[in-house]
Design a protein around this ligand. Sequence first.
Ligand code: 6R9
Length: 679
Amino acid sequence: MVLTSSKEDPSFPVPSRLLGADAEVKDDNPKGYPRPTPHITSTDEYLTLWKESITQPDVFWSRMAKDLLSWSKPFTQTLAGTLDEGNVRWFADGELNACYNCVDRHALEDPSRVALIYEPDEPNATQRITYGELLADVCRLANVLTIDYGLRRGDTVAIYLPMIPAAVIAMLACARIGCPHTVIFAGFSAGSVADRIHDARSRVLITSNEGRRAGKVIPLKAIADTALESCPTVEHVLVYERSPVPDPLPAGVMTAGRDEFWSTALPRHRPYCPPVPMSAEDPLFLLYTSGSTGLPKGVLHTTGGYLLGAASTVKYVFDVHPGDRFGCTADVGWITGHTYIVYGPLSLGIATTLLESVPTYPTPARYWQLVEEAKLTHFYTAPTAIRSLIRLGEHWPFNSDLSSLRVLGSVGEPINPEAWYWYNDKVGREQCAIVDTYWQTETGSIIISPLPGVTHTKPGSATLPLWGIDVAVLDPQTGAELQGRDVTGVLAIRQPWPSMARSVWKDHARYLSTYLKPYPSYYFTGDGVSRDRDGYYWIRGRVDDVINVSGHRLSTSEIEAALNQHDHVAESAAVGTSDPVTGQCIFAFVTLKDDDVTEQPMAIEVKDLALKVRTMIGPFATPKCILIVQELPKTRSGKIVRRVLRKIVDGEADSLGDLSTVANPEIVPELIKVVGVSD
Ligand code: 6R9
């Protein structure tokens, strides 16, 4: 076991009760670099605050909310509603504006303070945008949306942009005028973009002419145009010019009356627009994420509770102090980008980074050059990125000065010890705290994580719950709580916390049935978990049909729906299996319609099937392996038994378990053979 806190420094006491007998104590800062005094200085302090947050949530959270956020109308209520009823609300009679909290109050204090560090795809071209500049552009855009496009509070805006400052400006402009945004990851294909815009009924789409990634051009506007063919709700499309547009513009690039360029629209307006006071419970955004079944759901987050979760976790989990420079490598199209690129760091008035490129372009030193150039104090990435960098050579981080770093974060999946040690030793030079942060789109902000300099870490464990998180380990079958230490079950939470999702957009029944009804009175995460003898939590991965590829959530049903679109496919079944780089990868089985098996040349078929997934969802969802088989294992009622496929793919065909519910067990040997050949 490794500790991230110093045993010599009296400000980092090491309470023995949290340590196992095998404790190996490591000095966090052997060379004694100057560091700010952490906000939380001891495990005792953490435990006292955590207990208060659970036993007196009203007292704890109202103090936090007043301390961290600016309210235009102070709240008098804190928590109302229950998990049972699915009507949780926090600070409901208070009013605030998320954009004011993230921009105005810092711009008023010091307009020249850096807000965004933009690292474009092209190397050596870092740009900095101050809080004053950010405020001006956010206001200009807010004026375009309200005055020119007639948007009113409550209208949704779809944002389909790459990792450029315009994405942050667009999100904040929406927050300023009370329009929930729905950011669509720029790697999604036209079909997925259309599904999301359609479900959100957005009146406006903000996109860019192109995206750039590792020198490649992504034709975002062209993809958006295809999507918009089936989205009649969209009245206006604002197009940011990421790259120069040809002059004269070829016909058909912009649709008259609907489309206009950013550089035409924004200068029409003055650089100020008053922020709209919002109820703490007004929606701030929807973000689509994959569940076990059906189409992705629009997870709804509200203004006050979400922002409080974002601000408090950046402050305490990353131990952020004024003047820090935060670097999170996620995409703004995912929740990690929302909370830890945009709302969290900006609400605290520090600088945040937008990295448009990939970690290996033009060389695997890209991240580390950025850390050196921007003197980042915090770096937050995913285990899959760390693993892919390890493969490219241990030495890359050594060519850069990384001494500005204090805290290194990991998110998206369990971090394996090899990646943890590399991060700690090669990137952190054993002088940074490593925080393995567990959370979900639905939790809004981190819920289980070490605190830097306080929590003794164990590589692979997200350690202990944060403020307000009352963790329960449940027996998956009976729902009974598994008490004590050394237990394994499913991860649930007993009490509401401020940043939890409040609903699924236009489908509250789905919200209840997915999160609150499976185990009544609890929020159900969908993850398996163990609590060890020290009370530490180890996330064991999804217990539902969600596959986590490079930290991207996909449901088996989405992938199957894409495969089934192929003319020759009769049925398909997708399962996840472990992968050394991406965490999990997708293995798909398909059966073809009658006669196709012999008529179709296999190689072409498989390529076409993969293409179906690429074009229906996006390249990141492409299965690693697609196998054409004669039959899928099924129950007597016709349900595909994915459990059997999963076992075969995992190489555990000798422990398939009870096959009595499988109506066609005779096909199993054939499946084992086909999978064996594909290895
Ligand atoms: C933030 C984010 C959520 C799922 C979650 C779990 C997995 C996230 C993790 C982790 C182990 C961690 N997950 N962080 N598993 N250790 N530190 O990733 O949100 O895209 O909604 O995914 O990711 O399985 O349920 P989201």
